[in-house]
Design a protein around this ligand. Structure first.
Ligand code: ZN
Length: 349
């Protein structure tokens, strides 16, 4: 409970003066002239007080602890001895309260100013996500010559980007003795900025006779019997060099009219590179032709019958896209001992 102002003044007076309240003090020459020298209070600021000029008021007069004595007359000088110590305690509380009030005011001011000066969140930039799709499959054929004794199902697949921004992969490694490069996806936005997002895939050098860095597992072909879903074969190719291989739909908004990601651009043909950039621009496609190395499914031993060949771009979902449900294209085929025939196509962009 806070004490009312001045309630402990008597006790303080006793402590301060070392004599009973109300006892008179022999006026010193200075006191008789109206000035009173107060005994020092341990820990208190030494001070002196002139009752003729100023009187001290209890702390309840919040604003001015001192005011001209002539408002009360010099008669107040006699009360000065008793009033002073009480007033001194009151003054200290007053100072404490002033200090607390000041701190509270400062805090409120800080809050208000902080509120006013709070950075206005900039209008969030919109990410220009790519949208990989698989173009309609073409050139589906059997190959009995590349690997003697094997029958290969070859096909041409093309990953196209029909999104709002490029699909861009940036691989990097600390030194040339590190064999692979973890890949981040660089996602651009409409405020000329970008965000790098870990992709989960990596780049590795060659692997299919090519002299360039490959992205791992960006396209996959799966062969399943038409009647049920158990796959009978998967594609052999694992590495893919993303590039603007052919124009797919340059009428798409923000589609560059010329290639931005080229075959050996972004240091992708430099075996000693520490960083490599590859990508597919909006409106462009990256073709994996049926004739390239490992672009096949080994169907040696697969029984004659009706099958579905499904090819999917980014089957593991390494890259962020605006739509991940449209990444596959398929063809229904009939495999015979002498031939592969396409019955229908579906799902292609
Ligand atoms: Zn390659």
């Amino acid at each position: 409970m806070p004490r009312p102002p001045g309630s402990d003044g008597g006790e303080r007076a006793r402590i301060a003066t070392g004599r009973p309240i109300g006892s008179r003090v022999d006026p010193s020459p200075k006191a008789s002239a109206g000035a009173v020298a107060m005994p020092a209070i341990p820990g208190a600021r030494p001070w002196s007080f002139n009752c003729d000029t100023w009187t001290v008021e209890p702390v309840s007069r919040k604003k001015h602890a001192r005011r001209p004595a002539d408002r009360f007359g010099t008669a107040n000088a006699g009360k000065c001895r008793e009033a002073r110590p009480r007033a001194q305690g009151g003054l200290m509380r007053h100072r404490a309260w002033t200090f607390v009030s000041f701190r509270v005011l400062l805090l409120l001011l800080t809050l208000v100013v902080g509120r006013v000066l709070q950075p206005v969140p900039a209008t969030a930039a919109t990410q220009l996500l790519p949208d990989m799709r698989m173009a309609e499959l073409t050139t589906i054929k059997a190959d009995k010559t590349t690997i003697p004794g094997h029958r290969l199902l070859r096909y041409t697949a093309e990953i196209v980007n029909v999104g709002a921004g490029p699909v861009e992969a940036q691989g990097s490694r600390p030194d040339t003795s590190t064999q692979t490069m973890p890949v981040v996806q660089r996602i651009y936005d409409d405020a000329a900025g970008f965000t790098d997002v870990p992709s989960g895939t990596h780049m590795f050098w060659a692997g299919d006779g090519h002299n360039h860095w490959h992205l791992s597992d960006m396209e996959q072909g799966v062969l399943t019997p038409f009647s049920n879903g158990s796959q009978v074969g998967t594609s052999a190719k694992e590495g893919f060099h993303f590039a603007d291989g052919s124009a797919f739909d340059l009428s798409l908004p923000s589609a560059p009219q010329t290639k931005r990601y080229t075959a050996c651009g972004g240091k992708s043909c430099n075996i000693d590179a520490l960083s490599v950039k590859e990508g597919i621009s909006v409106g462009w496609g990256d073709i994996y032709a049926s004739g390239v190395a490992l672009q096949w499914i080994d169907i040696t031993g697969v029984a004659n019958g009706k099958y579905v060949l499904t090819v999917t771009a980014d089957p593991n979902g390494y890259f962020e896209e605006s739509d991940t449900t449209n990444n596959s294209a398929s063809a229904t085929i009939r495999i015979t001992s002498t031939n592969v025939a396409v019955l229908s196509y579906s799902g292609g962009a």
